[in-house]
Design a protein around this ligand. Structure first.
Ligand code: GLC
Length: 824
């Protein structure tokens, strides 16, 4: 008799939280995330990171040069990190103390939620019949971090409650705080400014900033006492701990100012007896101004809780307006949620912080800054939402391009306005330049051509091309530097590449191309740079057409043909394109190599740039599918190097399957999606989209580990034991490019010089979709129908009831217009 096969026990799906689409939030229900997750508040002008257990890393302007709070990311999740709130409840003769953030008291909660919202985080914590709600945000255009705290007695006897918010300050020069324990503590100062009515402002600065940049902490209501010295706050010469600060055992603090050492701002706020169903509310402010006096208007404003509510509503208005640029309704709910909310939100974050400040890129020293290539690409993700803000950053980037045409790899925003001539640097290439390596990257300067073209297509403001912008000349003041029009800047970019070709007629690699970790000796060529150059030439030709510049159009056509011929003649490996040639002509990313035989960007970019001849486009993308695709995304290369090889450099410092060495480097995934839509394979493009959608990983978080509400930079590939694990959340080019892939290529809605193109490439099982797109002052309500179940091909476009002869909806500049598209 056959025995019944035993069923394998169902694998428990551990969920950490859920998406609340109506409120545009992710609601985290446990603080014990696999790794620290976070949110961003404010902008780079004032703001930073707030993690899910209340730690906050706040800066004004440049994170390396003007840091406010001391957040040490490497410490365990349970440790205090720069900010918390203690709630103290009278309990007989003593107190029960807990933090609504869990960290650092580690109290077990009856209920705990952290709502990760659009530029705000809100906690709801319940302990012993008390409910604490905390909302942290930076009002738009302000330099203040608000912390709106509401404590409710859920029932029963009245409870006597104290609220103790605490911040710990950093030296403004963030790296010094970690590396200098002599000068830094001698300069750190905290002073109290009590006011007659019981209000209090604590002022903090490093001595040299006393007269022009001071931090302050205050609250709307009365503060009965404070501590400013960490030793006093923790107690017993810091044998007291953040879990249980000894100063909290006394009714009042000792009012310690701090003339040196570790500065904290701990405020004692007595909520008094809160009776059943009643709520006590208070709001703290953390800011930086020239002086406490200069901060007075802001302090006054946010001491009025009505203004706090108003500021919160204005923040919501900002986001509603921002997101309204593109809203979609497709048959796929998780696609809608990413495209309508989380992805454009992440694009706003990368636009602000480039790769400068995250829980992975810690914003210390001059090792980072605003990356030239990174931000150029990030800007393409916000161009339809905030083109004028994008323009400001575009101009900054152009101002660190060298007169020779190539660009500095990065700049420090905090030094940009200075006349010191040292605001920009050459990134990692500086260190190797002494060994004869180039101190320039072969790709940086080319990206900006795409960015400027993106701005021009979105806004139609061609006059920008005539604006004068200085070039970067190290050591020279701004007035001394050469200047050129924006058009001149772009032309010099292309000319630099045209004049730096290698033995196969392909652009030189420089220190590196997009792939920072492949640093071949000088003389090496990059086929990625060839494609990026091709794409930049296409964009430039479109600009020439828009401005009627026939002479340059003809010139760039010749340059384009030359690079196309060079690529097609020299780099085809049989099944895919070779990725690099070293100075001796040896191919890397070639089947002849033992490791790194095939590289993803080598296959997608010849299609994106239109350089790939005939069948090779499809063949190379088939090879991507065959050798690089996994269920968690497309790997950057295969197979991974199995040990350090100084010949190839950085790539081989990673174990196989990690980061650039055969990891799933997400940034490169949307380029394959885009390439697939160009050759018309909408099903595959959408499959690639879905397999990296972080929202879809909300049920796989034990494996993925990273935040499900934003793209991480990398996922470990299948050569690694921890296949599927994501790292480096938030600040990644994945955000901008996946957003472009989804909106401009899968949905196919993109701005052009002559109108709004609608050219979808969708899955065959979609019956259609709807979208609303703001474009040059008008709103386009787009409906796409797919009666024949195809991927691509517009049969008919009807605009405001009239059929038109193309798939480009005209420029209207105002009003609401209907665009009906039928595929066929
Ligand atoms: C990192 C860098 C980016 C580079 C990529 C690939 O994301 O910020 O500039 O292109 O790695 O190496």
């Amino acid at each position: 008799m056959a025995t019944k096969a035993k069923k394998a026990p169902a694998k428990k799906t551990l969920r950490f939280g859920y998406f609340d689409d109506a409120n545009k939030e992710y609601v985290l229900t446990t603080p014990a995330t696999p790794i620290k997750w976070c949110n961003y508040v404010g902008t780079m002008e004032f703001g930073g990171i707030v993690d899910t257990t209340g730690g906050s890393l706040i800066c004004k302007g440049d994170p390396a040069l003007n840091r406010i709070t001391k957040y040490i990311a490497q410490m365990p999740s349970s440790d205090f990190k720069a900010s918390t709130i203690y709630i103290r409840v009278k309990n007989g003769k003593g107190y029960k103390v807990f933090s609504p953030f869990v960290t650092p008291t580690l109290t077990k909660m009856d209920k705990w939620e952290c709502h990760i919202g659009l530029s705000y985080s809100r906690w709801i914590a319940e302990v012993d019949g008390l409910r604490v709600q905390v909302t942290i945000f930076v009002p738009t255009k302000s330099h203040t971090l608000l912390q709106d705290i509401q404590v409710t007695n859920l029932g029963g006897a009245a409870k006597e409650v104290d609220i103790i918010p605490v911040y710990e300050f950093s030296h403004f020069e963030a790296e010094k705080q970690l590396t200098n324990a002599d000068w830094v503590p001698q300069t750190m100062t905290l002073k109290a400014h009590p006011e007659k009515d019981g209000h209090l402002v604590l002022e903090q600065y490093a001595y040299m900033k006393r007269d022009y940049a001071v931090n302050y902490v205050t609250a709307d209501g009365k503060v009965s006492s404070f501590e400013g010295d960490r030793r006093v706050f923790l107690g017993m010469n810091e044998m007291g701990s953040w879990i249980s600060p000894l100063s909290l055992e006394n009714k009042e603090f000792s009012n310690s100012e701090c003339d040196r050492g570790d500065n904290v701002a701990a405020l004692m706020i007595h909520a008094g007896k809160i009776s059943a169903k009643k709520t006590f509310r208070t709001c703290t402010q953390l800011g930086q101004e020239q002086s406490v006096k200069a901060a007075a208007p802001a302090i006054k404003k946010y001491r009025d809780l009505k203004n706090v509510d108003k500021a919160f509503a204005e923040l919501a208005d900002f986001w509603a307006e921002y997101l309204q640029a593109i809203q979609v309704n497709t048959p796929d709910a998780s696609f809608n949620s990413m495209v309508n909310v989380h992805n454009p939100r992440q694009c706003h974050t990368t636009k602000n912080w480039s790769r400068y400040l995250s829980l992975y890129q810690l914003g210390y020293g001059t090792s980072r800054g605003i990356g030239y290539r990174d931000s150029s690409q990030d800007l393409l993700g916000v161009m339809s939402h905030m083109p004028e803000e994008a323009l400001e950053l575009t101009k900054n980037l152009l101002s660190v391009q060298r007169p020779e045409g190539n660009a500095m790899h990065q700049y420090l925003p905090g030094r940009l306005a200075s006349d010191s001539g040292d605001e920009a640097n050459e990134g990692d290439s500086r260190e190797k330049a002494a060994d004869g390596y180039y101190n320039w990257y072969g790709d940086d300067h080319l990206w900006i051509v795409l960015t400027v073209a993106g701005y021009l297509k979105e806004t139609g403001k061609l006059d920008f091309l005539k604006e004068q912008i200085p070039f970067y000349e190290k050591g020279k003041t701004r007035a001394e530097r050469k200047k050129g029009t924006v058009l001149d800047h772009l032309q010099r970019s292309l000319k630099f590449t045209r004049e730096h070709l290698g033995q196969h007629g392909l652009p030189l690699l420089g220190f590196a191309d997009w792939n920072d970790t492949m640093n071949l000796a000088p003389g090496a060529e990059s086929t990625f740079n060839a494609s990026l150059y091709g794409k930049a030439l296409l964009e430039m030709m479109a600009i020439c057409e828009a401005t009627g510049d026939k002479a340059n159009l003809d010139l760039y056509k010749v340059w384009y043909k030359d690079v196309k011929d060079a690529l097609n003649k020299n780099t085809w490996d049989g099944q895919w394109w070779t990725r690099w040639f070293d100075k001796d002509g040896v191919g890397y990313g070639s089947s002849k190599q033992k490791y790194g035989k095939i590289h993803c960007n080598g296959q997608s970019w010849p299609v994106i740039s239109g350089l790939a001849d005939g069948e090779r486009a499809k063949k190379a993308l088939d090879s991507v599918n065959k050798y690089l695709n996994t269920s968690n995304g497309i790997k950057l290369s295969w197979p991974g190097y199995k040990g350090f090889d100084p010949q190839v450099g950085g790539i081989s410092t990673y174990p196989p399957g990690a980061k650039e060495n055969g990891g799933i480097f997400l940034h490169a995934n949307p380029w394959v999606m885009i390439a697939e839509t160009i050759i018309g394979r909408g099903d595959l493009a959408f499959e690639y989209y879905n397999q990296i959608n972080p929202a879809a990983k909300n049920t796989k978080l034990e494996e993925f580990e990273s935040e499900p509400y934003c793209y991480p930079q990398n996922i470990l590939g299948d050569e690694h034991k921890m296949f599927g694990m994501g790292r480096n959340a938030w600040l990644s080019g994945t955000s901008s490019w996946t957003y472009q892939a989804a909106t401009q290529y899968i949905l196919g809605i993109r701005a052009n010089f002559d109108g709004l193109v609608v050219d979808p490439c969708i899955p065959t099982n979609w019956k259609g979709f709807e979208a609303t797109r703001r474009f040059r002052g008008a709103t386009y309500q787009i409906t796409v129908k797919n009666p024949k179940g195809i991927c691509k091909g517009v049969e008919k476009m009807v605009v405001d009831g009239k059929e038109i002869d193309s798939n480009v909806a005209p420029i209207f500049t105002k009003g609401v217009h209907s665009v009906e598209v039928t595929l066929g």
